[in-house]
Design a protein around this ligand. Structure first.
Ligand code: GRF
Length: 206
């Protein structure tokens, strides 16, 4: 069962997943392995780290495509090349088209830094502070057509402390994400079907 992780930046969640997979030997336990890390930004720090771990990496630079649809088509083709049983969005900062989401339906998860269904979308920490929330957190969920709206797999809660700003709260949440995300993936692995690599289609050229 191939896991393909999509990132846009630091990739600290991605590295937490890779390390947990190694520590717990997901290959032996679930026949699962992180097959590739793909970024939409060539300068994403996480790419170098993944490379150094001997994991295949690829870049599909959104700036090279005239439209979101064209980018998503190229991205889907690149992801499909690794025959993923599970696609993991880990700080992947592009909104995906309905076609992309449909293609990976039932095998794509995301982590969102709020206690969903509260605060979908951007600036979650500031919005939680502005609302006077006493608790904040993060959610791992299945990706559906509704942005940050799919069924929740697992969540972690952190307290909001006096004197918090968006940065201190984000840092507290991120620490929990590194525990939550690998755990949530481990939880769904047994229910996933392996995907056979197929010959590339002749129609698509990006
Ligand atoms: C995480 O907080 C995630 O919830 C949000 O972006 C951040 C990604 O951090 N969507 P990293 O790239 O995994 O370090």
């Amino acid at each position: 069962k191939n896991i393909v992780i999509l990132i846009s930046g630091t990739g600290s969640n991605m590295s937490a997943i890779v390390q947990q997979a190694r520590q717990e030997d997901w290959e032996a336990a679930f026949g699962a392995r992180v097959a590739a890390v793909i970024s939409n930004r060539p300068d994403a720090k996480g790419l170098q780290w993944a490379n150094a771990q001997g994991i295949a990496t690829a870049v599909v630079d959104h700036k090279q495509f005239p439209s979101r649809e064209a980018f998503d088509a190229a991205l889907a083709q690149q992801v499909d090349a690794f025959a993923p049983a599970l696609v993991v969005l880990a700080g992947f900062m592009r909104v995906l088209t309905p076609g992309f989401v449909a293609h990976f339906a039932g095998r794509m998860v995301n982590i969102h830094p709020s206690l969903l269904p509260a605060f979908p979308g951007l600036h979650t920490h500031q919005r939680a502070l502005d609302a006077g929330c006493k608790f904040a957190g993060t959610s791992v969920h299945w990706v559906t057509q509704e942005l940050d709206g799919g069924p929740i797999i697992d969540q972690a809660v952190v307290p909001v402390l006096a004197g918090d700003d968006a940065d201190t709260l984000a840092a507290r949440v991120l620490t929990q994400e590194h525990i939550l995300y690998p755990r949530a993936i481990r939880q769904v692995l047994p229910q996933l079907a392996a995907v056979q690599a197929s010959a590339p289609t002749e129609t698509a050229s990006a």
